[in-house]
Design a protein around this ligand. Structure first.
Ligand code: AR6
Length: 178
C-alpha cells in the first residue's frame, strides 16, 4: 500500500512498514533531547543499526526539541540517521510549531549533507502522545514547505508509517494539504 504526490521534482511517498528497512539515503529518528535511546522508532533504529549510532549520539550529547542532528547509520542501508526531537503533546500552541520545526530542520540537515532521499516516521505520535490526525496535517504541510525551501535537493521524501491507523491518517491529511 502506498500513496504518492509530486512536489515540484520531489516524490512524496506514504507507505506502511518498518523504517529501519527503508531504502533511502537518510532515515529520521524520533529521538529524545538527551539522545539517550528509548523505545518505539528510536529503539528499532538502534537495534537494527548497532552501537555506533549511540556512540555518535553520545558524543553530540543533546538536541533541543524541534532541532536535528546527524550521525552514521551503522549497519542500516541508509547513509545517515538524522535524529530529531518532536514535542511531547500537551495541547499548547507551540506544539504544532515545534513539530513542524522538527520536520523542517531534518530536511535542512539532509539537504546540507546532500542526502537526496529521506524517510520519516510519524514524529511525536507514539510515546509523545500527539494525536495522529493533527500530527499528520502538521507533518505534511511542514514537509511540503521544507521541500520547496530546498529546490532540487530531494528525489524522494518517504513517510514510513507503522500500522493502519497512522497510514490512514496521513492519507486523509494528504488530500487536505495538497
Ligand atoms: N518504523 C516506523 N514507525 C515506527 C516504528 C518503526 N520501526 N516503530 C514505531 N513506529 P515513537 P515519539 C511509530 O514512540 O512519539 C522514544 O522512546 C509509532 O507507531 O517512536 O516521537 C524516544 O527515545 C508511532 O506512530 O516516537 C523518545 O523518548 C511513531 O513511530 C520518544 O520515544 C512515533 O512513535 C519519542 O516519542
Amino acid at each position: 500500500m502506498a500513496a504518492e504526490k509530486m512536489i515540484n521534482h520531489t516524490k512524496l511517498i506514504l507507505s506502511q512498514g518498518d523504517i529501519t528497512r527503508a531504502d533511502e539515503e537518510a532515515i529520521v529518528n524520533a529521538a529524545n533531547s538527551a539522545l539517550a535511546g528509548g523505545g518505539g522508532v528510536d529503539g528499532a533504529i538502534h537495534r537494527a543499526g548497532g552501537p555506533e549510532i549511540m556512540a555518535e549520539g553520545r558524543a553530540i550529547g543533546h538536541c533541543p526539541t524541534g532541532e536535528a542532528v546527524i550521525t552514521t547509520a551503522g549497519k542500516l542501508k541508509a547513509k545517515k540517521v538524522i535524529h530529531t526531537v518532536g514535542p511531547v503533546y500537551r495541547g499548547r500552541p507551540e506544539d504544532p510549531r515545534l513539530l513542524a520545526s522538527a520536520y523542517k530542520n531534518s530536511l535542512a540537515l539532509a539537504a546540507k549533507n546532500k542526502l537526496k532521499s529521506v524517510a520519516f516516521p510519524s514524529l511525536s505520535t507514539g510515546a509523545y502522545g500527539y494525536p495522529v490526525d493533527q500530527a499528520a496535517k502538521v507533518a505534511l504541510k511542514a514537509v511540503k514547505e521544507g521541500i520547496e525551501a530546498h529546490p532540487g535537493a530531494f528525489e524522494r521524501v518517504h513517510f514510513v508509517l507503522f500500522g493502519d491507523d497512522a497510514y490512514d491518517a496521513y492519507c486523509r491529511a494528504l488530500d487536505g494539504v495538497y
